[in-house]
Design a binder for this molecule. Structure first.
Ligand code: GLA
Length: 385
């Protein structure tokens, strides 16, 4: 990604006019609380330094024109159309469903058209929420351009709605909330039922720790049926147990005794224990016990692997190799079936951990993974003028 001025200049070249501003929204890493958001549970994500920037200019002809520095195709669409998902756009234009979808949802709240040039330094398919970042940068730009005030928790829900209804991905609230609400040096504790959130100080470096993000180079496809199937399984289990959402299961033993289907039992076991792990992690953060978070991360990974069954071989290998080299813990992040893992390691072992993960990959003949150091960063914002 280039800086905001270079993006503004590129906008001028592409659209033959200056943009009205540049907006930025980050990707996220979820510290813990995976597949809990659509079960009305708790999540604890933080924003990354990487993200999506949008240079934008207002239009009053009811049209969104979207271009991307990462894609050749330009897309022009009316803001008053139906769900993008039903329009059957070809794969090379699929990315534009996110900004167009956001424009169509926000139109009901008074925004209109815009010309948008998008730039991203978030790897796509790495499970770091490049789609939510694109939605949130677009949403902020449209609100500012059209003078519409929507508070950020509500804007997160609208961006989620755009992804659900316009793009056809049944995601929960976490990614959009993380992109819009996170602040530097903190993880965001979000209650996905009430929408209430709190900033939890999280600065691994203060405890001599490093949180690595490893892009396992196995691209995930969230729109694929597995995510939707997990969500449907959770809803079915909640309905069999007579609760509104799995968050409401208080007696795990009783619930496991009630459910006959072993698959549903495994799903419930994950969601209920994962919510407990988020609560325990919040306690550890409050106590400043950062190294101890590692055990929670590793327990979450095992649960996602064995109970929720959404992990993938590269993630299991990366976590195993990191633990063998002295990391305190690690787990897959995001929806699963590809994407990234996080590894919590003492900083003085960080190089050894990277080497061990890279060596385990090389042994299996896999393309080398990519490492980033995760620094909890600020949420979405206008960057110019
Ligand atoms: C994806 C979804 C989120 C959440 C995670 C799993 O990132 O977009 O809403 O469900 O998977 O925790």
């Amino acid at each position: 990604m280039t800086g905001p001025q270079a993006l503004a200049d590129a906008f001028t070249g592409a659209f033959r006019r200056d943009p009205d501003g540049v907006w930025h929204a980050p990707g996220r890493v979820n510290l813990i609380g995976e597949h809990t958001d659509y079960n009305d549970g708790l999540v604890l994500p933080f924003a990354l330094g990487l993200g999506v920037s949008v240079a934008a200019a207002r239009r009053d002809d009811g049209v969104v024109e979207v271009r991307s520095r990462q894609a050749a195709a330009a897309v022009t669409a009316p803001v008053d159309g139906g769900p993008v998902v039903s329009e059957g756009w070809p794969p090379d234009r699929a990315w534009a469903a996110y900004p167009v979808g956001v424009a169509r949802v926000l139109r009901e709240h008074g925004t209109g058209g815009a010309s948008l040039l998008i730039d991203s330094d978030l790897p796509q398919g790495a499970g770091l929420s490049s789609s939510a970042a694109l939605e949130c940068a677009t949403a902020l730009a449209l609100c500012d351009l059209h003078g519409v005030q929507i508070d950020r928790p509500e804007l997160a829900r609208l961006a989620q709605r755009a992804e659900n209804e316009q793009v056809g991905v049944p995601c929960g609230l976490m990614d959009q909330a993380a992109s819009l609400l996170c602040t530097a040096g903190h993880a965001l504790m979000l209650d996905c039922r009430s929408g209430l959130s709190a900033q939890m100080p999280f600065a691994p470096a203060d405890s001599g720790m490093t949180l690595l993000v490893v892009d396992t180079r196995a691209a995930h496809a969230l729109a694929g049926g597995e995510y939707a199937r997990r969500r449907a399984e959770c809803e079915e289990a909640a309905s069999l147990l007579g609760v509104a959402a799995l968050r409401d299961v208080k007696d795990l033993g009783g619930a496991l005794g009630t459910l006959r289907d072993p698959v549903l039992r495994r799903r419930v076991q994950h969601v209920v224990t994962e919510n407990h792990r988020v609560e325990a992690t919040i306690g550890l953060l409050r106590a400043g016990a950062v190294p101890e978070l590692g055990a929670m991360l590793s327990a979450s990974h095992l649960s996602l692997r064995d109970q929720f069954e959404v992990s993938w071989p590269e993630a299991d290998t990366a976590v195993g190799a990191a633990l063998g080299a002295g990391a305190r813990g690690g787990r897959m992040v995001g929806g699963g079936f590809g994407g990234s893992v996080i590894i919590l390691t003492p900083t003085d072992r960080s190089d050894g951990v990277r080497d061990a993960v890279a060596a385990a990959y090389a042994e299996r003949g896999w393309e080398p993974p990519e490492f980033h150091e995760a620094v909890p960063s600020d949420g979405a914002r206008r960057v110019t003028p």
